[in-house]
Design a protein around this ligand. Structure first.
Ligand code: NAP
Length: 276
């Protein structure tokens, strides 16, 4: 078993995830895994970094596929006895002009952005080693979507005692409410992406609390963040940040020094803790 530190980035064949891997290859003292759901696109991305003189490793990971997540888990367990850095970056967003019915957009978006991210965490968080760093890439849209929720929903999403099960129930209810055409009446905002990212931010707050309760002595720091508005296939060419600039906050959180005890359980953008 290798004692080399290991970092894993999800959805890293392009966009912000790719830029996070590039930065980690330069700054992280260990093996950096570029993961992608499609091995062809993933290997191509690794080759692109190689042309820049950077050495990334590849492993397949489709966050929608539990078998794929468990295969990565078993690989990390066997080869490294765990992992040191996990960046949950994989995500999707329907374009504004997309005419796919809202209920379908809700189901598909929540599946990857919330349930996929949660499944990766369920399988990989127990493997994170002491002084590990976990970064869940959310979005400022989670804050604006929170503001668009009814007061009772806002209270639940801001609660310091909400459980992961309760959060899963709420995310499931959102999808069901869109299918019944009652999501607005039930207090939800009109954004599937926004609700999925509320899920990611609240999940991060819960997970950090659980780490405090169950693994206090392990000094693991876990945060949600917004990369900013970044020029990728998701956000388009008019966005203000380059992918490398978008990677800055996630990489800052992934490389928090071992003597840091904060931020933890926070929502961070531009390397600054934001109120939730
Ligand atoms: P992007 O260029 O569209 O890249 C998304 C990445 O996620 C791709 O590598 C994609 O793989 C991967 N992915 C999607 N579904 C996946 C799955 N089921 N399993 C594994 N990988 C999957 O988007 P981006 O702008 O870099 O976004 C990265 C993250 O930042 C997302 O979580 C996004 O919500 C967040 N974010 C972006 C912005 C922005 O302005 N760009 C702002 C705030 C937050 P394929 O190539 O196979 O599709």
């Amino acid at each position: 078993m290798s004692s080399t530190p290991v970092a894993v980035v999800t959805g890293a064949n392009k966009g912000i995830g790719f830029a996070i891997v590039r930065a980690l290859c330069k700054q992280f003292p260990g093996d950096v895994y570029l993961t992608a759901r499609d091995p062809g696109r993933g290997q191509e991305a690794v080759a692109k970094l190689q042309q820049e003189g950077l050495q990334a490793c590849f492993h397949q990971l489709d966050v929608d596929d539990l078998q794929s997540i468990r295969a990565l888990r078993d690989f990390l367990k066997e080869k490294y006895g765990g992992l040191n850095v996990l960046v949950n970056n994989a995500g999707i967003a329907f374009k504004v002009q997309d005419t796919t019915p809202f209920a379908v957009q809700a189901e598909v978006t929540l599946k990857t952005n919330f349930f996929g991210t949660r499944n990766v965490c369920t399988e990989l968080l127990p493997l994170v080693k002491p002084y590990g760093r976990v970064v869940n890439v959310s979005s400022m849209v989670s804050s604006s979507a929170l503001g668009g929720c009814s007061q009772p929903l806002q209270q639940q999403f801001r609660s310091d005692t909400i459980t992961e099960e309760e959060l899963v129930q709420l995310m499931t209810k959102f999808v069901e409410d869109t299918k019944k055409g009652v999501h607005a009446k039930e207090g939800w905002p009109n954004t599937a992406y926004g609700v999925s990212k509320i899920g990611v931010t609240v999940l991060s707050r819960i997970q950090a609390r659980m780490l405090n309760e169950k693994r206090k002595g392990d000094h693991i720091l876990l945060n949600a963040c917004c990369p900013g508005w970044v020029r990728t296939d998701m956000a388009g060419p008019k966005a203000t940040k380059s992918p490398d600039e978008g990677a800055e906050t996630p990489v800052y959180l992934a490389l928090l020094p071992s003597d840091a005890d904060a931020p933890h359980g926070q929502f961070v953008s531009n390397k600054t803790v934001r109120p939730w």
